[in-house]
Design a protein around this ligand. Structure first.
Ligand SMILES: C[S@@+](CC[C@H](N)C(=O)[O-])C[C@H]1O[C@@H](n2cnc3c(N)ncnc32)[C@H](O)[C@@H]1O
Length: 652
């Protein structure tokens, strides 16, 4: 059928055993606590407290197309245990054009494998797609079961070799770079630090290399036998734990812990004592922990700190690698002088400030606010702008404390999560005069009411619930449950929230749309649909908008990739896959992703549920909308998570 492309997912014999049959036999005994959305996939309702969480709360629930609860549980169990999530992820992103998760220059098209060529009559051998009949068969298409079995045997045999060729050189390269940086930074710390650092580095590197090569995504990559070689850096980054990141808060009027700064009296509540605590802590980090953490080179304020590349420090091994550093960071968070926050999560507020939409005294609406990383980051700025250091040092002036000062409206649809947000704000260590500037509301963001005063907002943060595959380095539950259907199911809600945000921002104000997903369906497709008919001329409601460039002065040297103009749309059809026929389950004959070129062909093929014409890119229009001005944070560029944002200005 024209417009339809089927991507077969290779079987990995050991992980392909479909536990569905046994789960069905023992109905009820295999109950799972996973919130299955009926698509063989899961959306999480929780956030991990770091502001980047992948959340499905409030989204459309498609449970009703999933059959009985036992069937859904069985599917969910199978999805989680079979390794299909990892392989779907790999195939889906492997099939995306350059610009989605790899840049053009990263792609090595010369990845032919003779094995693939022999068997896959219609695979073009370059790891990308062939579209001669509208159907893509990257593996398995048209093969007999015996041929598939033989190929799997061969792949198993060649997996180790492929691993050596594909992944190790990159690890080695990173190690060499890391050692160079480590040497440079250790010199600052003196000879004792060098000895400690070397021992710690060796332990940490051993563990990380080992962890990465044992990672299921890495194994799926190796098993794909070079087909997705263009994803090697991407997979390598995602197979390692996420480095630790934290930032010093900009303006703190709180009581710092006396153990951080000996010069701080416990009764003092002045910001000058806080700033001396910040100085003191930065000095200690420099003198005692230079091999573990260092200021990010792209942050001119030197407030953002990251693990050094050689340390492999992440939140899981912080206590083990350096209990004292952990203690220091915990004290810093409790006293309000620092916040543990990921790089991606910091970007919306940095971007809004960089384009001038956010500053001291601004009125900001944070539409999907819990657990509150961006609310708190915004609060630091609207309460007292970081540039205004004198004001900061004197504390917040009475004028600013009054009704005319900066405010943040923090909204979340889930009352429970709103409570967590309140708690996070009160636990932030910021003074009550600052935290009093937050107003909490509990609306569905897509129908957030207009302000009674009629005053629209200077800036709207639209950090929507998402599939969250940019967080897979820190949340091990995301990848096993991965399916494109998760992103597909979020798109319509995300669009409705963004459309409402665009109505709530004042003329001259800016909306920041963001997700911690790498999937264009949740990102560029949403932005494009929201702006369609609203740029270049006076659109719906008399408003006109434009996408802004990332502000050039913000985070110089930080690598952000342009938004994608083109992407592929896929569905994972478990009913047409192994689910259909338990006897054939091991073969996974029909187990696969199906790519469709357009809405019409997908509808004609009977795709039901979460599908909208706005999933598909309109290539000509996307250029006119300026989608390239959106930014993508790719994990392999800065050893981070994945993130997406677009800054949209209301022009009239
Ligand atoms: C990605 S998280 C936001 C993270 C947050 N901005 C931060 O930086 O900490 C998405 C949030 O949206 C909330 N949410 C989900 N659906 C919503 C809706 N329809 N309206 C408002 N909030 C919603 C979820 O409860 C979740 O807390």
């Amino acid at each position: 059928m024209k417009g339809r492309r089927r991507e077969r997912i290779d079987g990995n014999d050991s992980s392909d055993k479909n536990p569905l049959s046994s789960a069905r036999k023992g109905k009820g005994s295999s109950s799972s606590s996973i919130n299955n959305n009926g698509n063989g996939s899961r959306r999480k309702d929780g956030d991990n407290g770091n502001g980047n969480g992948n959340v499905g709360g409030g989204g459309r629930n498609s449970n009703d197309d999933g059959g009985s609860r036992a069937d859904r549980d069985a599917r969910s169990l199978w999805h989680r245990k079979s390794g299909i999530g990892h392989r779907l992820f790999l195939s889906y992103y492997g099939m995306q054009p350059p610009g989605v998760v790899v840049e053009c220059c990263d792609i090595n098209y010369d990845t032919k494998t003779t094995e693939g060529k022999d068997d896959d009559a219609d695979a073009d051998g370059n790891g990308m797609m062939s579209a001669n009949d509208g159907i893509v068969r990257c593996s398995g298409g048209g093969m007999s079961r015996a041929a598939k079995r033989r190929r799997r045997q061969r792949e198993k045999g060649s997996a180790a070799t492929a691993g050596q060729h594909a992944a190790v050189p990159f690890h080695e390269k990173r190690s060499r770079e890391a050692n160079e940086i480590c040497h440079a930074s250790s010199v600052i710390g003196g000879s004792v630090a060098i000895i400690d650092a070397t021992a710690r580095r060796r332990r940490a590197n051993d563990r990380t290399m080992d962890d990465a090569s044992r990672h299921s995504l890495h194994m799926a990559y190796v098993a794909s036998n070079g087909r997705y070689a263009h994803l090697s850096h991407f997979v390598d980054a995602l197979s390692r734990p996420l480095p630790l990141t934290f930032r010093f808060r900009e303006c703190v009027t709180t009581t710092p812990s006396s153990s951080i700064s000996s010069s701080t009296s416990s009764s003092s509540s002045s910001s000058s004592s806080s700033s001396s605590a910040v100085d003191d802590m930065k000095r200690r980090l420099r003198e005692e922990y230079t091999d573990l953490v260092m200021p990010a080179h792209f942050d001119q304020s030197s407030n953002i700190y990251q693990s050094t590349p050689n340390s492999s420090l992440c939140r899981y091994n912080l206590g083990a690698l350096s209990p004292k550093l952990r203690e220091l960071i915990v004290e810093g968070s409790t006293s309000g002088i620092l916040a543990r926050q990921e790089l991606g999560s910091m970007l919306p507020v940095i971007g809004l400030r960089g384009v001038g939409a956010l500053g001291s005294g601004s009125r900001v609406l944070d539409l999907c606010a819990s657990p509150g990383s961006k609310t708190l980051q915004t609060l630091e700025i609207v309460a007292a702008d970081g540039d205004d250091l004198d004001e900061c040092d004197r504390g917040i002036s009475d004028r600013r404390r009054g009704r005319g000062g900066g405010r943040v409206i923090a909204n979340d649809v889930h009352p429970g999560r709103l409570d967590s947000l309140r708690e996070a704000v009160s636990r932030s260590g910021m003074s009550s005069s600052v935290t009093a500037r937050v107003t909490y509301t509990n609306y569905d963001a897509s129908s957030f009411p207009s302000p009674k005063s009629g005053r629209l907002f200077d800036a709207v943060i639209c950090d929507v619930p998402c599939g969250g595959d940019g967080t897979i380095r820190k949340d091990v539950h995301v990848l096993p449950m991965w399916s494109p259907n998760i992103s597909n199911s979020m798109h319509v809600l995300q669009l409705r929230i963004l459309q409402r945000a665009l109505q709530l921002v004042k003329v001259g104000g800016v909306v920041c749309y963001s997700t911690c997903s790498m999937n264009p369906i949740e990102n560029e497709a949403v932005v494009a649909a929201a702006l369609r008919g609203r740029t270049g001329f006076v659109g719906v409601g008399g408003a006109m908008y434009e996408l802004l460039e990332w502000p050039s002065g913000s985070l110089p040297g930080f690598v952000l990739r342009p938004g994608a103009r083109d992407w592929k749309v896929a569905f994972y059809d478990h009913d047409g896959g192994a689910w259909k026929n338990d006897e054939d389950a091991d073969d996974n004959d029909d187990d696969g992703l199906t790519f469709f070129d357009d809405y019409v062909s997908a509808s004609a093929a009977g795709v039901v549920g979460d599908i909208s014409p706005s999933f598909w890119p309109n290539r000509a229009e996307n250029g006119n909308l300026g989608l390239h001005r959106c930014v993508r944070l790719l994990p392999q560029d800065q050893d981070s998570g994945g993130f997406f944002l677009g800054l949209i200005k209301r022009c009239c």
